[in-house]
Every structure is written in structure tokens, then in C-alpha cells.
Design a protein around this ligand. Structure first.
Ligand code: NAP
Length: 302
């Protein structure tokens, strides 16, 4: 039996592993997708204290190396269920069954879809949720980005470096993302803001050929001829599998405060998957430390 099973190898999960291992506990991390979590999609991280500039991919790679350097074991298996048997937590994955004294849920969040007709069908054929992953396919082409948060603003900046033209479509005229990012975009000649507008259709049969946008005040529609459509409208949690062992809030996030305790003894949570105000790299790392130390304390008191 391992001391702590960590579900999710993003910033919160990997930080939790570092703190658990440095406290003398064994740690096994499960990751069902790719290591690193959402930060791997950020081209330039410049608000993590002590690191003026680094790509999200590089940041995640360093973090993994650091955790493995302390002895973290990583398995690429998706966790399907957790059974709480008091002193023993049974973790069922798509490949096996494992036991731990404590569990830390650090499942992050997944990309929120716009919910348009054929959106999912056209993923990989013009629709993308990751500009840093797919942006290069649209070199010298026209693309559109939907969203008004930092992700959309940074995606638009990244794409403007390679693409012929970038439309940034946002449903309001004020951005949720930082003003500095908005100013950087305004200075780019190949970026056009399409504000107070919603995307109503994705056009094209076999691949994206354009998007239809509707002005929410005038009701007028306009077609933007683009071959890439990047959707960056935030994230949503993916905690359904754990609803039996921890309580979820009305949006599906794991109910927990700054202590990262869930209300179920021996099950802790960290990062974007829990109820919180600020979802940042810094707060994910902070949660990882808090959850791991709480789990260690729980095990020591067993
Ligand atoms: P976000 O901040 O939640 O912003 C989501 C944006 O999408 C909002 O502008 C929202 O519009 C819009 N939106 C949501 N649902 C929509 C819908 N159905 N149709 C049209 N638009 C919709 O998400 P995010 O940009 O992914 O950022 C998530 C967190 O990560 C934030 O805390 C952000 O600051 C952080 N982040 C930080 C960095 C960095 O520091 N380098 C980089 C990326 C992200 P409204 O504004 O009208 O609600």
C-alpha cells in the first residue's frame, strides 16, 4: 500500500508529490491524459514568482523532473472510482486497483466547449482548444479566437506571430483577462477585435472554412472566413467520478476551502478542481503543498 495516491499530474498534483516525498511518504501519481495540466498550453508564463519567463511546457517538464527526482512514481492510468474504506482508500483505474492511506484529488479542469453544432466533429479539422499545440498548422492563414480571458488574449498574441490575420471574438466589450494583454493585442496590426458578439455557426463541411458571428446589440450577422477556430472560453471541472466520496459544489468543483480538506477523512484536494476564487499557477502550487502536508499529518495520526 502506498501512503498517498495523487490523482492528476498538473501543477497541483506534482507539487503535492514533492511535498509528500520530502516529508518521507511514498507517492503514486495517476494521470489519464498528458502530464503538466493546463499550463502546457500557455506559451509564456511570466507571473510565477522567481521565474520571469518560461514556456508552460518547459515549466511542466521541470516540475515533473523535480517530482521524479524525489522519487515520485507516475502511472498513465485514468482513475475511474475511489472507494473509501476508512483507513484504506481503494483507487480503481482503467488498468488496475490500488490501495493508499490517503488520496489527493488534483484533477484540474477541462476545456469548456462553446456547444455549437459540429464543434466536436471539427476538432482537429480547424477547431482547436489549444493555440500553442495547433497554432503552427495555421501559419500565414486567417484564424479566429473566441473568449475574453487571459487564455484567449494570450492565444491571440501567440497566433498573431504566425498567422496572417487573427479575429478575437468576445461576447462583451470588456475583457476578463489582464489589461496588459489587451494592450499588447491592440498594438498588433493583424488582430481585429470582434466585440459584443457571439459565434453562432461554424462553417465548412469537411474542415473549418469560417465562423458566423452575431452582434448581440444589432442582431447583425457577419461571416469571418477563417481556417482555424480556437475556442478559449475557460474550463470546467471533471469530478463526476468522485461524487460518491467527496461533495461537489453546484458547478461540479470539489467542495473544499483553503485547508484543501474535503470533509471525507483521508481524501484531500488541490488546484483548479476545488471550489476557489483564484485559479492560477501559484495557487495550484500552493494547494499542492497544503494538501500534501495535510495528508502527511493525517497519516501520522492514524
Ligand atoms: P476565464 O478567465 O474563465 O475566461 C473565460 C472567458 O470566456 C471569459 O471572457 C468569458 O466571458 C468567456 N466565455 C465563457 N463562456 C462563454 C460562452 N459560452 N460563450 C462565449 N464566451 C464565453 O478562462 P481562461 O481565460 O481560460 O483563464 C482561466 C484562468 O487561468 C484565469 O484565472 C486566468 O487568469 C488564468 N490564466 C492565466 C494565465 C497567465 O497568467 N499567464 C494564462 C492563461 C490563463 P465573460 O468575461 O463575459 O464571462
Amino acid at each position: 500500500m502506498v501512503d498517498i495516491i495523487i490523482v492528476g499530474a498538473g501543477t497541483a498534483g506534482l507539487t503535492a508529490a514533492i511535498y509528500a516525498l520530502r516529508s518521507g511518504k511514498s507517492a503514486l501519481i495517476f494521470e489519464g491524459k498528458a502530464v503538466g495540466g493546463q499550463i502546457v498550453n500557455t506559451p509564456d508564463v511570466e507571473n510565477y514568482p522567481g521565474i520571469p519567463h518560461m514556456s508552460g511546457f518547459e515549466f511542466a517538464s521541470h516540475l515533473l523532473e523535480q517530482a521524479q527526482g524525489f522519487g515520485a512514481e507516475l502511472k498513465y492510468e485514468a482513475v475511474k472510482e475511489i472507494r473509501d474504506q476508512g483507513a484504506v482508500k481503494v483507487v480503481l483505474t482503467d488498468a488496475g486497483e490500488y490501495e493508499a492511506k490517503a488520496v489527493i484529488l488534483a484533477t484540474g479542469a477541462k476545456n469548456r466547449p462553446l456547444g455549437l453544432d459540429r464543434e466536436q466533429e471539427l476538432v482537429g479539422r480547424g477547431v482547436s482548444y489549444c493555440a500553442t499545440c495547433d497554432g503552427m498548422f495555421y501559419r500565414k492563414k486567417d484564424v479566429a479566437v473566441a473568449g475574453g480571458g487571459n487564455t484567449a488574449l494570450e492565444d491571440a498574441q501567440f497566433l498573431a506571430n504566425y498567422c496572417n490575420k487573427v479575429y478575437l471574438i468576445h461576447r462583451r466589450d470588456a475583457f476578463r483577462g489582464e489589461e496588459k494583454n489587451v494592450e499588447l493585442l491592440k498594438a498588433k496590426e493583424n488582430v481585429e477585435f470582434v466585440l459584443n458578439s457571439n459565434v453562432t455557426k461554424i462553417l465548412g463541411e469537411k474542415k473549418v472554412e469560417g465562423v458566423e458571428v452575431k452582434d448581440k446589440f444589432s442582431g447583425e450577422t457577419r461571416v469571418l472566413e477563417v481556417s482555424g477556430f480556437f475556442i478559449a472560453i475557460g474550463q470546467m471541472p471533471a469530478n463526476e467520478a468522485f461524487a460518491g466520496v467527496v461533495s461537489l459544489d453546484e458547478k461540479g468543483y470539489i467542495s473544499a476551502g483553503e485547508s484543501c480538506t474535503t470533509g471525507t477523512a483521508g481524501i484531500f484536494t488541490a488546484g483548479d478542481c476545488r471550489t476557489k476564487e483564484v485559479r492560477q499557477l501559484t495557487t495550484a502550487a500552493s494547494d499542492g503543498a497544503v494538501a500534501a502536508l495535510a495528508a502527511c499529518k493525517y497519516i501520522d495520526a492514524m
